[in-house]
Write a protein that binds this ligand. Sequence first.
Ligand SMILES: NC(=O)c1ccc[n+]([C@@H]2O[C@H](COP(=O)([O-])OP(=O)(O)OC[C@H]3O[C@@H](n4cnc5c(N)ncnc54)[C@H](OP(=O)(O)O)[C@@H]3O)[C@@H](O)[C@H]2O)c1
Length: 277
Amino acid sequence: MLNERRSIPDFLYGTAWKEARTPLLTELAIRMGFRGIDTANQRRHYFEAGVGQGLEAAYAEGVVARPDLFLQTKFTYQDGQDHRLPYDPEASLTVQVGQSLSSSLEHLGTDYVDSFVLHGPSSAFGWSNADGEVWEAMCKERRDGRTRFLGVSNVSIRHLEQMMAAHAEAPTFVQNRCFASLRWDSDLRSFCEKRKIIYQGFSLLTANVEVLHDTRLIDLAARSGATPAQVVFAFARSIGMLPLTGTSSAEHMKQDLASRDLALAPEAVRAIESLIG
Ligand SMILES: NC(=O)c1ccc[n+]([C@@H]2O[C@H](COP(=O)([O-])OP(=O)(O)OC[C@H]3O[C@@H](n4cnc5c(N)ncnc54)[C@H](OP(=O)(O)O)[C@@H]3O)[C@@H](O)[C@H]2O)c1
């Protein structure tokens, strides 16, 4: 399993809130060099079938083939959905997980995803029986080969502790909104690091606008010949995070990918770690 992790890319392109532009932006992101695509079977915020159309266009033009890509999607409880559900709400959660993943595979034109993520637990306060049923159903999907890895999103340490006490299988990924004001989610990140769970950070820019406007970060970016956004992505990677970007701009896609070549000095990393937005 650890060897298989080599195929996990170092940047994910996020497809939320792109609506009709989803196919073109997905194709563009792949053309620009992204190999990891994050989506969800939650029509309210994502147009997953549009991601599939973008993939289809990239395959048809010979830009990439399916094995070159890392495709991640999510199962979302009915509470997080609008009326456009990818499952029968009357069915058991086990059945809903299977129906949601089948629908994702159809949307994405594939017979497996690389990562299948529980979008969020059913309660903010702890891991519930419902989450337990969903997780066991997700584990079965992994054993059946319909996903390579599993993840959970929008979780606290409490959720993870309870989850890991209740189940034999731990997640490979945790995907959380990463706030500089929580020292970039440092407690949860170190919990994950100790257990070899890969932390995916989202909304690194939108959740940290104050940091992007902080003169110390702006000065550091200028000295590094980079933009503040590039510094944030390079920083995220230096502290072991797998970052997501949600850009819709070709220029920003290029800049975000170029942040992989930006090496920050340890003092710079420490300085950014202590910027609390
Ligand atoms: N698990 C969950 O519950 C959850 C929740 C939210 C999001 N997500 C995932 O995370 C992805 C990213 O989320 P997000 O959109 O909030 O992230 P984000 O990348 O922090 O925010 C995107 C914003 O940053 C700007 N941006 C990106 N690169 C830039 C650059 N180099 N310079 C300046 N501005 C830049 C974009 O503007 P331009 O478009 O103009 O570049 C856009 O306004 C989503 O698409 C989704 O896949 C997951």
